[in-house]
Write a protein that binds this ligand. Structure first.
Ligand SMILES: *Cc1c(COP(=O)(O)O)cnc(C)c1O
Length: 827
């Protein structure tokens, strides 16, 4: 049985975990009262609902107590604004936090069900695209666990991230109606609604600017309670739903115009319908801008109301709340807080601005210029006319201040300006975020360095102290305790249970890395997790793979910079080499490999979709080739999301983190995989660099150009064709793909994809890194042939991952950016 973290580290629980009999009684009761079925008739989904209700009751008690405590102490709170929260499932995590896993499993055994099967019935809350949204979810878990009074604020999207299906090798997108059958996890707050206004014009009245808006929608709060682990503390995820001011246009209805009756309602409510399935380019235009303002405006009203309930004035707002911008999507909040303080609460402009700057902080998530958010001035003027005026005034005062740093340098000012004047005038949301914040951070050491050397260099020259680094982390509760229960109990037996709250405990595993009995236990667990992953692969793709092969995994959004295509080039290289040398190379037999991909492509991203199709086409040929057998398999697990990741991470041997150096801000998939004992093959990029520092050079396979070399090669005039001409192996691979070897019915299908490398400049330098990558893959094989050595290094990887707990990240934010000392963070 798993040793749970001792509760002596935390406040005395206000609720006792019920004994199994009570829990079973609770399930029975809820089957009847809430679900409405007789217990003998209950389906697994009914049971999932009923168990969730039992947990929900206890969470509710914790939430009420936590709110009362924070109100009482007038606590300083963190407000984390994010367009995305990729929460995944809740039940299993909630039971873990409540120490109810054992009782729940026992209770469910009376219905002949396992806890795992019941938890699998819950749909994922996929309110995010990828890493940025999952980071927000890990942060909520850590904020609750370290006891930080905190709110996450976002949008209650009716449809989560699209569901991905594969038909004939191509990605198909389907709506994800995750709320269709309701969710036991949300608490609708009937009396927490705020008006959010749009459009209209601005009128001067008695020397003041008054916004005469044209439309209004209500934002209604739905809370999800995020429980801390080893503590009674909780965090709140408050999601806003857009509700039309009037239900339907009854006049239109009565005249029989049902379409018009409904359209007014839809016009407002569509604000919270969908999450834009795109984390890299501005999309959706006006509706997307409305979404951003919608959730920010509601959140600002909520925090102001909370503040005024505890304090007589807004003058101390900055002492009582820290507002964090997760990327620039909520950046309009800077202008909104100014509007509220100055226009609505009559604070002098300078006073309001000082409060604003002390209150906001901002995380940047990308260096790629095409992914930096900008909005046309004309569009903001149309949707938010008063905000545009405020942004102009902020800009004027900022540029006056900046001019003093380099008198007469107009180029400098043009680069700094909040307005991009090239072509159609646009507002640079990153600039608004920097100017309106007291701290700006990147998400890994390399990324934060590059920020101040490249895109934010001008800002850093005037405000060097504003920029800092907060290396990302992941919650060990979900990504180890929950995803890998067998490894967790081995850790409990070896280290005690406190690693869940103090991940640095994992260091002590180093003593055991050569211990044969520990190694045997570790390898048996990895094998069992591979069996579980193989079952998922067979169920979703129909391909049978051997758990005795090396599981080589690349799971993340499909994007050119992440270079899934480089991975495919290696797979084809290996395929051709196996055909040429069936017995092996250098006197060694082939190490059998299963290459696993998963990830979604943005629906409008043609190249990314082409790469998904290529993976399927290549896989179909290799997997059916009788000359290959188990020596090589290539599979694509559909519909990547948090729950799929929870099965893939524990079953991986090798973690592919192969972005072009200088492009991946941090990565967090790399952390989850290493935490579960996978070795990384990766470039010197993002958090890979810090993973290498923490596990040691011998325990990671680093290859390829480093960031300065990438920059130098591009400057000197990169010629991809030279690599093609000089490397026969690479030439054969590209010729096979471009020539239709994997697409006999449509030989030209990948001509354009290959041409983008050979003739289109190969922007992400796949060909330059190819030889180094293939050589690193051979070193992987060599090590895998020595299972004891491989195992020792896998253990060393787990042992080195303590620093990548999101608890560490959140403590750093709390101390250095938010200036909050909670009880639990004084470690
Ligand atoms: C961790 C995670 C990501 C981020 O993966 P990267 O490899 O860091 O890009 C994306 N999606 C899901 C579902 C995740 O769990």
């Amino acid at each position: 049985m798993v040793t749970q973290p001792s509760s002596s580290t935390s406040a005395t629980p206000t609720t006792r975990p019920p004994a199994p009999a009570d829990l079973q009684a609770g399930i029975d009761q809820h089957l009847l009262d809430t679900v409405g079925v007789e217990s003998s008739e209950a389906t697994p989904t009914d049971l999932m609902q009923a168990v969730s209700q039992v947990a929900r009751q206890q969470l509710s008690q914790r939430w009420v107590a936590a709110q009362a405590r924070d109100r009482e102490s007038k606590a300083r709170r963190v407000v984390y604004l994010s367009m995305e929260f990729l929460m995944g499932r809740t039940l299993s995590n909630a039971l873990g936090a409540l120490n109810l896993r054992g009782p729940a499993a026992a209770g469910l055994s009376h219905y002949a069900q396992t806890l795992e099967d019941i938890c699998d019935r819950e749909p994922d809350a996929a309110l995010g695209n990828g890493g940025l949204g999952r980071l927000a979810a890990c942060f909520l878990d850590s904020m609750a666990t370290v006891g930080l009074p905190s709110f996450g604020y976002g949008i209650r999207y009716e449809y989560g991230m699209f569901a991905q299906d594969i038909q004939n090798g191509a990605q198909m997108e389907y709506p994800d109606p995750w709320l269709e059958n309701g969710t036991p996890w949300e608490f609708p707050r009937a009396n927490i609604t705020y008006p959010v206004r749009f459009g209209g014009w601005v009128e001067p009245v008695d020397g003041k600017s008054v916004w005469r808006h044209a439309g209004e929608v209500a934002a209604k709060a739905y809370d999800m309670v995020v429980p801390g682990h080893g503590t009674d503390k909780v965090s709140t995820l408050r999601l806003w739903k857009a509700v039309a001011p009037a239900h339907i246009d009854l006049n239109a209805f009565n005249t029989g115009d049902y379409a018009r009756a409904a359209s007014a309602k839809n016009e407002y409510e569509n604000i919270s319908w969908v999450l834009y399935p795109n984390d890299s380019t501005p999309a959706g235009r006006e509706l997307r801008l409305k979404q951003e303002y919608f959730f920010v405006a509601a959140s600002v009203q909520d925090l102001i109301q909370r503040h005024l309930a505890e304090h007589p004035t807004l003058l101390n707002l900055a002492e009582k709340v820290a507002i964090h911008l997760n990327d620039t999507h909520p950046a309009i909040g800077v202008a909104e807080l100014m509007r509220v303080l100055h226009d609505e609460h009559n604070l002098a402009w300078g006073t309001a601005w000082a409060i604003c700057r002390k209150t906001f902080s901002y995380t940047n998530h990308t260096l790629m210029p095409e992914a930096l958010e900008t909005w046309p001035v004309a569009l903001i003027q149309h949707v938010l006319p008063r905000h545009m005026e405020i942004i102009f005034r902020i800009n004027k005062e900022f540029l006056d201040e900046a001019a003093a740093h380099r008198p007469g340098d107009n180029q400098f000012l043009a680069r700094l300006s909040l307005i991009d004047e090239h072509g159609e005038r646009r507002v640079r949301m990153a600039h608004l975020s920097i100017v309106g914040s007291h701290k700006v951070n990147g998400v890994s050491a390399l990324h934060s360095d590059l920020l101040v050397q490249t895109i934010f260099a001008d800002f850093a020259s005037i405000w060097p102290d504003r920029f800092t680094n907060m290396t990302n982390g992941v919650t060990p509760r979900r990504w180890l305790a929950q995803a890998n229960p067998d490894l967790s109990s081995l850790l409990d037996r070896t280290l005690g249970g406190n690693w869940r709250l103090d991940l640095d405990q994992l260091q002590r595993l180093r003593e055991h890395k050569h211990d044969p009995s520990f190694q045997n236990a570790f390898m048996a667990i990895k094998r069992a997790n591979k069996v579980r992953l193989a079952a998922l692969i067979e169920r979703t793709t129909g391909v049978k793979v051997s758990p005795d092969s090396l599981f080589d995994v690349q799971v993340k959004r499909i994007h050119e910079y992440k270079r899934q295509l480089l991975n495919v080039l290696h797979v084809v290289t290996r395929y051709q080499a196996i055909l040429a040398h069936p017995e092996g190379v250098n006197g060694q037999p082939w190490v059998p490999r299963t290459v696993v991909f998963a990830g979604k492509a943005a629906s409008s991203y043609v190249t990314a979709k082409s790469i998904i199709r290529l993976i399927h086409d290549v896989g179909a040929v290799i997997n059916a080739d009788p000359r290959i057998g188990d020596k090589l398999k290539l599979v694509f697990v559909p519909n990547y999301g948090v729950s799929v990741a929870e099965v893939i991470m524990p079953g991986a041997d090798l973690s592919e983190q192969i972005s072009t150096a200088g492009t991946e801000a941090s990565g967090t998939g790399n952390m989850k995989l290493a935490l579960n004992g996978a070795l990384t093959i990766g470039t010197d990029d993002g958090a890979n660099i810090e993973i290498r520092q923490n596990v040691g050079d011998d325990n990671i396979f680093i290859f390829g150009l480093r960031t300065p070399e990438v920059q130098a090669l591009r400057q000197s005039g990169y010629q991809p064709m030279r690599y093609y001409d000089n490397n026969p192996e690479l030439k054969a691979v590209l010729d096979a793909i471009a020539g239709g070897q994997f697409t006999p019915t449509e030989p030209g299908r990948y001509r354009a994809l290959v041409d983008s490398l050979l003739w289109g400049g190969d922007h992400y330098l796949l060909l330059a890194d190819y030889a180094s990558y293939v050589a690193a893959q051979s070193r992987v094989d060599d090590l895998y042939r020595r299972p004891d050595e491989w195992c020792a290094r896998a253990i060393t990887n787990v042992a080195g991952m303590g620093v990548f707990s999101s608890d560490r990240t959140i403590r750093e934010y709390a101390r250095q950016i938010w200036h909050i000392e909670a009880d639990a963070i004084k470690t």
